[in-house]
Ligand binder design. Structure first.
Ligand code: ZN
Length: 243
């Protein structure tokens, strides 16, 4: 089976369109969206509508920004820019968009993998996995071979063997027997690893290979819409920098 995982679109329609073109080309057997359809970007309704109308199977999990616009998480713990964007976004969504976001579970499982936006440890708290210690807490709850996550907007893979947790970056990783993996799929609409191209991840369960893909998209257009919408200017600038 060939799977594609993508996360953290954050209202960036141009970036999502590049992902849809990739999916049409690559024709995976199954795709999973790892959360945060909205927040930060200027096209939340367009993004949610496009996800709703995909002509191929897609499962999704909820991100903290999806929960925030639904009023399911306290935005007092968001930074001021994120909070402003959540309120702006909630004003631009209609009932059909809210219902779609509401349908996202916190955790999704299929075959040999689980999917969660932040961590399997208290998924409703959306903890970040930035270190081996954070990763261990998630591995302790992982009973399958792989867990795909998003949330940090930084691609990378933690591997857990008998006595060690190791971190891998790079374009491809061949999985080994007896190890379990925590794969951060990066961000489609607001990458923060200094590469501004949209990031997504594929998994070939026959070859046991995880691969990252970077896609060019019209960043200038997405950034211009953020400025025109009156959202914080840094939200436009960071798209160009990938930070
Ligand atoms: Zn995010």
């Amino acid at each position: 089976m060939k799977y594609v995982f993508f996360s953290d679109i954050h209202g960036n329609l141009e970036a999502l369109e590049s992902v849809i073109s990739f999916l049409r080309r690559e024709k995976p057997d199954f795709s999973v969206f790892v959360g945060d359809a909205v927040g930060y970007g200027a096209d939340p309704a367009g993004v949610v509508s496009l996800l709703q109308a995909l002509p191929f199977p897609l499962s999704s999990v909820a991100g903290n920004h999806d929960w925030a616009v639904l009023g399911k998480t306290d935005i007092d713990c968001f930074n001021p820019m994120a909070r402003e964007a959540v309120l702006w976004t909630a004003d631009r969504l209609r009932q059909c968009h809210f219902s779609f976001l509401e349908s996202f579970p916190l955790v999704f499982g299929k075959d040999e993998f689980k999917v969660v936006h932040g961590s399997l440890y208290r998924p409703d708290r959306f903890y970040y996995i930035f270190s081996s210690t954070d990763a261990r807490r998630c591995f302790d709850l992982l009973q399958k071979k792989i867990c795909f996550v998003g949330h940090t907007h930084c691609p990378g893979i933690y591997a857990c063997g008998k006595n060690a947790v190791r971190f891998f970056s790079g374009e491809h990783l061949r999985l080994c027997r007896g190890w379990r993996y925590l794969v951060n799929v990066g961000s489609v609409g607001q990458p923060r690893d200094r590469d501004p191209r949209a990031c997504l991840c594929s998994y070939d369960s026959v070859k046991e290979i995880v691969s990252y893909h970077r896609l060019e998209y019209n960043i200038a257009s997405a950034a211009a819409k953020i400025r025109k919408a009156g959202l914080p200017l840094f939200l436009a600038e960071r798209l160009l920098l990938g930070c």
